[in-house]
Design a binder for this molecule. Sequence first.
Ligand code: C5P
Length: 229
Amino acid sequence: MIKTNPICVALDTPELERAVSLAKLLLGHVGMMKIGMEFFYAHGFRGYEAVASTGIPIFLDMKLHDIPNTVAQGMKSLMALKPAITNIHATGGLDMMKAARQAVQGDTKLIAVTILTSLSNENIWAAGFDSRTTDGHALNLAKLTHEAGLDGVVCSPLDLAHIRNALPHQFLTVVPGIRPADAATHDQKRVATPKAAVKAGADILVIGRAITAAADPAQAAYDILQSLA
Ligand code: C5P
């Protein structure tokens, strides 16, 4: 499904009814739906099942980041849900990523967040990263993710060129920070249009507010898909 429709809509809401009604509304207009901490912390497994029962593949965006044993055990608990994709932070390090890899079973793809799309150069330098820019650090973390045996990364559309050049074609790139040309960027800093992201090599486009906050979310998803043609 995701091969024909690369849109993964982020169901970022703490309300169960809104998530389920958005899921029903967008079924057939997107290839995947993302459940993240805002929804999962409020509704847990029951909320997840309510969305997943629509039949849509789910990206469970939990961004685990802790010591290797804790991440591996947490991941084992999440495996009961059998998501299509789930994730951890690459900055958790090689051992943490390898431990998570071993805990992920079945068809679930495990990917790692490189550098968040909300972070600028100044933000990562203030956090103690060395003087390379965000794309340099994202590339380094993508290589580490590949070395750990994971299936792919979450990265900014602006990091794609380097990552696509350096790693095998089948290494999955899941890309947030997507904004149609005239849309507000909100808290995102390193953004691109859907078309530019796909052109740069994005496999999956994670899109939240540009769809969910639109007056007609299904139309917004349709328009984004058309813009890729
Ligand atoms: O509304 P918007 O399109 O900015 O939503 C982007 C979604 O992608 C959010 O759910 C956010 O948590 C997620 N995400 C991100 N940047 C990352 C990883 C995930 O924006 N690096």
